[in-house]
Design a protein around this ligand. Structure first.
Ligand code: AMP
Ligand code: MG
Length: 401
């Protein structure tokens, strides 16, 4: 049986990179960048005035001049004026610094009388004050964003500032989420006492959405070999990523691995030494499709989705692997089986500024309701049984980027 590290490695190796597409910048938030964004111009592109006030020559001030006849007014967006010796120009935030001016005094520190501006006695002026020099944030051509960045609102500002209307990003994969089980009944349909509501499908679709994957659709297949063959066959034709839940354990109606193999999906692995989620199965379809078959138990399905599916999609999109995050256990945990334990936790912090992971007990791996109070889960090593409070552990947030 694979360890969790081996399983992750196998998942990452088996997932082919997604293609690229050009998108309007306004639609690119949350997508993974596939190009370098270079600065269109120096930033700021001119010596930018930072205060509403007056602009004048420092040399005049140094020579003792405190009162300056107002030559003109220049607002943001106006063409750059040339300052006459001994004068000042009324200037607005965002304007380009006038030629021959090299300091700004804010409007709050001047008095205007008879078309002249006089600087307050006790106000000390410095050369270059309130001028944001051209190119001081970055130079034209600077690499502002590199491929692999998931585009945030700040990145949209950068891309827009470079004058781009379109941007190259990773294609959002077509994903099919498939719930299997005779007992499952979708919301809105009449339910019998011996049946259960289908919750994994909507939850997996939602988890994918929260990580930036918007094109997943959900389907339900009953535990019948022929139906499974037909429906999974169609999904394999239409999607590049399949996420099946249920039907991968040892039960007599657990047909998923057999049907997938009949459809030409080669098994990469079956079972991982972990709890929850031990029965997980992974396969590669005839057209390079990646097929995740997750256990049906809701906690197992969601942990496996977060632990394996999300990193695979992230890598295939071109994101670099993120470094592990650590937290200290807030209370002790004992776990006897020789399996890696993925323990759901709520995060809190202490006054020492430490991040603490508070274990949240799930009754069984079917107890999905208790996950609502959690922020993620921690990884407890399989060769250890007792984990005292304070033990540093790897943390996986449900929604870390
Ligand atoms: P399985 O892996 O098919 O043996 O399912 C394990 C358990 O998870 C069973 O109790 C199922 O009823 C439950 N289960 C399977 N799929 C779902 C689903 N989509 N939503 C909620 N529960 C499920
Ligand atoms: Mg089942």
């Amino acid at each position: 049986m694979l360890t969790t590290a081996e399983a992750l490695e196998a998942v990452l190796a088996a997932t082919p990179a997604f293609s690229s597409e050009a998108l309007a910048v306004v639609d690119a938030t949350g997508r993974v960048l596939r190009q370098t964004i270079r600065a269109e111009r120096d930033q700021p592109p001119f010596d930018r005035v930072m205060m509403d006030g007056i602009a004048f020559a420092w040399s005049d001030y140094e020579n003792g001049q405190r009162k300056f006849p107002i030559q003109a007014m220049q607002a943001a967006g106006d063409e750059v004026l040339t300052l006459k010796s001994g004068h000042c120009i009324e200037i607005m935030t965002g304007a380009a610094n006038p030629v021959n001016a090299n300091c700004i005094v804010p409007v709050e520190r001047i008095a205007v009388t008879d078309a002249s501006a006089e600087i307050e006695d006790d106000y000390e002026v410095k050369e270059g004050s309130f001028i944001h020099p051209r190119g001081s944030d970055y130079a034209q051509g600077a690499h502002l964003l590199t491929p692999g960045k998931r585009i945030s609102p700040f990145d949209i500002a950068i891309i827009a500032s470079c004058g781009e209307t379109e941007v190259k990003v990773a294609t959002d994969p077509v994903i099919r989420v498939i719930s299997t089980g005779n007992e499952l009944v979708a919301a809105g349909q009449t339910i019998e006492p011996h049946q259960i509501r289908m919750s994994n499908g909507p939850a997996v679709v939602s988890l994918l959405e929260s990580h930036g994957y918007q094109r997943s659709e959900h389907d339900h297949i009953v535990d019948d070999i022929d139906a499974m063959h037909d429906q999974l066959g169609q999904h394999l034709e239409q999607a590049s990523v399949l996420i099946v839940s249920g039907g991968v354990s040892m039960g007599k109606a657990d047909y998923v691995p057999q049907v997938l193999e009949d459809l030409g999906v080669d098994v990469v692995f079956h079972k991982i030494s972990q709890r929850p989620g031990k029965p997980m199965w992974l396969g590669k379809g005839p057209n390079d499709q990646i097929v995740f078959a997750l256990p049906g138990n809701p906690v197992s399905a969601l942990v496996c989705c977060r632990q394996y599916v999300i990193p695979a999609l992230s890598k295939a999109s071109g994101e670099p692997e993120s470094p592990p995050e650590f937290a200290a256990l807030a209370s002790s945990v004992s776990f006897k089986p020789a399996l890696t334990c993925f323990q759901p936790v709520k995060l809190v912090s202490n006054t020492a500024g430490q991040l603490l992971a508070m274990p949240v007990k799930t009754n069984t791996s079917g107890d999905f309701a208790s996950l609502s109070a959690t922020d993620g889960y921690v990884e407890l090593a399989k060769d250890q049984t007792d984990f005292p409070a304070g033990t540093p552990v790897i943390l996986h947030r449900w929604n870390a980027g």
